[in-house]
Design a protein around this ligand. Structure first.
Ligand SMILES: [Zn+2]
Length: 360
């Protein structure tokens, strides 16, 4: 365009200003309107923390503490750590005091409340915190064993049949057996269909989980609601649950804990995992029946380490979910998943990689 005179120049300047104004007042708000949208689209907005047991359901017993008490302490610390590390994430607890959640009269109603609460709160991730027990006396127990025999000559029979024989009697010694079972386990629900990715997760018949007495409510898979949950879980939540669970166990192993791996228990079921419409895991943070591990579970350092392990696993999980590496609060980049074979006995690493690839 050829500039004819001064007034045309002024007109062009005004036009430019108007365009700039339109840009800033019109276009930019449109641009910015996508930012909150971006935030809303993050995978994890709400995390449900479920400290196991509570109230008259104390869970497994140790020498100096109950499972319910440790679960609450770790659960509350975990919630605080998540809020500090992920300010956009809302943390909700099924209980924050020593009660059966929802003040329900018994543990089974409490279990239903836990799942209902998670679903109604529209959680994106459900983390149940528990301690393990191997079903034996906490600390250890006395057993008797035969260490030798005594041989004594005794008379038997009467009259002509009376004769002398040697009687063998065992000598017993009492000895103390330490309750040595240790380590962490993370449970997921593998639903019922076994596909190529789930075959390597064993329903471990020898698992020591102390949840037999309290967390199990057998689900009725003929119930259409449960059936729907099962299908949804298989389709949408299984892979995410496995991914997160695997990261949690890797973090435990990296701190020197004895990781017993990712496990599923489909036969007996774990209600809180099956009835929650979101990726869900149940962490057995250690054996309350092992004297040393119970001390660790009760100590501030131990609890802080467990919380850090779960938070680090969560950071990796969220990064994979959102396909963008997040920086942790030390400013370091997230390390690549560690090549820890901690779960090899239970969880085939190939399956975890396949799941990882499928998701990321
Ligand atoms: Zn428990």
């Amino acid at each position: 365009m050829k500039i004819e005179n001064e007034s045309d120049k002024i007109n062009i300047t005004m036009m430019k200003r108007t365009l700039v104004l339109i840009f800033f007042t019109g276009f930019l708000p449109i641009v910015f309107s996508f930012i909150p949208y971006e935030k809303k689209s993050k995978t994890i907005q709400t995390i449900i923390i479920d400290p196991g047991h509570g109230g008259k359901d104390g869970g497994a017993k140790g020498l100096m503490s109950t499972e319910a008490q440790i679960c609450l302490e770790i659960g509350l610390k975990l919630g605080k750590a998540i809020e500090n590390n992920f300010p956009n994430v809302k943390v909700l607890y099924t209980r924050t005091t020593d009660i059966i959640p929802g003040n329900k009269p018994d543990k089974n109603q409490g279990l239903r409340y836990r799942a209902d609460f998670a679903n109604q709160s529209k959680g994106d991730l459900y983390i149940a915190i528990h301690c393990n027990s191997n079903g034996r006396r906490a600390g250890g127990w006395y057993e008797k064993r035969v260490v030798d025999y005594t041989y004594k000559k005794v008379w038997i029979g009467k009259g002509k049949k009376r004769r002398q024989v040697t009687k063998k009697s065992p000598i017993y010694q009492s000895f103390y057996v330490e309750n040595k079972t240790v380590g962490t386990e993370t449970y997921i629900w593998a639903a019922s269909k076994i596909d190529s990715k789930t075959t390597s997760i064993n329903a471990d018949p020898d698992d020591f989980s102390g949840e037999n007495d309290s967390t199990i409510v057998a689900p009725d898979l003929n119930d259409p609601v449960m059936k729907a949950f099962q299908l949804l879980y298989q389709k949408k939540y299984f892979q995410n649950s496995l991914l997160f669970a695997d990261h949690v166990e890797q973090e435990f192993a990296s701190s020197g804990r004895s990781s017993r791996g990712v496990k599923q228990r489909n036969q007996k079921g774990i209600w809180v995992l099956q009835a929650t419409g979101m990726p869900s895991i149940l962490i057995e943070t250690g054996f309350i029946t092992n004297k040393e591990e119970e001390e660790y579970l009760n100590s501030n350092d131990g609890q802080e380490e467990i919380v850090k392990n779960i938070t680090d696993a969560l950071r990796n999980y969220i990064a994979i979910m959102e396909k963008q590496p997040l920086n942790n609060n030390t400013g370091n980049k997230i390390p690549e998943p560690k090549n820890v074979q901690s779960t090899s006995a239970i969880l085939n690493r190939k399956a975890a990689t396949a799941v990882h690839d499928a998701i990321s």
